[in-house]
Design a protein around this ligand. Sequence first.
Ligand code: PEP
Ligand code: MN
Length: 264
Amino acid sequence: MEEMKLESILLPGVDPQRPIVIAGPCSAESEEQVMETAKNLAAKGIKIFRAGIWKPRTKPGGFEGIGVIGLPWLKKVKEETGMYVATEVANKDHVFEALKAGVDILWIGARTTVNPFAVQEIADALRGVDIPVLVKNPVNPDLELWIGAFQRLYGAGIKRLGAIHRGFSSYDKKIYRNLPLWHIPIELRRRMPNLPIFCDPSHIGGKRELIAPLCQQAMDLSLDGLMIESHCNPDAAWSDAAQQITPDVLDYVLNLLVIRESNQ
Ligand code: PEP
Ligand code: MN
């Protein structure tokens, strides 16, 4: 494969300084929850809002996402706060619906990155569209599969690419929900030096108290950004309650970070 000539994922007005922050709830639940969280995050200077509309759940019977009725809420976030909005897509229908609703940034979830058919379907649905696409690592520690997803998207003409390190599934969940295995994103950076890499401490840690130290580790390793789950009422969240933090706590965590000169 030829070397990828990537373009910036930075949308106008987003500060290129580390860390670039994407924050918002695991799931969009109601218009009120989305708007309250978004307004509080915007007040803290967050420029990119995330919310899952379609949720891949390990077992059936859980909350599988609010679906298309939540997309107008994201549009309202854009209109009322000026933030950019990002959501997860797992198939071509999600892509078409998200594009139609004006979603600014798409991401591919860890359970989708493992599936080359699904990634190719998403890539094909995005042919001719200029939108930043972030790819989470596959649930299993397979760097080639992660790189293969970038190649599929790049092959469809998507040049604004970024990676999200969200840790790797393991049977032992004593400390982390997903093992960080930091050497894998580091090796990704060596292989694709122009690819911005975000860390998702929420899904690595699986619990609130691990967010701050994981964010600091990501910054110490010179990663570019952070994707952090934030909810206006974390204990009442419909998914991933234990790992979400309020916008106030998020702001506190970000202010504690020590950002050293990049040592790449
Ligand atoms: C999420 O971002 O809420 C999510 C489902 O993450 P992952 O794909 O990393 O499990
Ligand atoms: Mn989540």
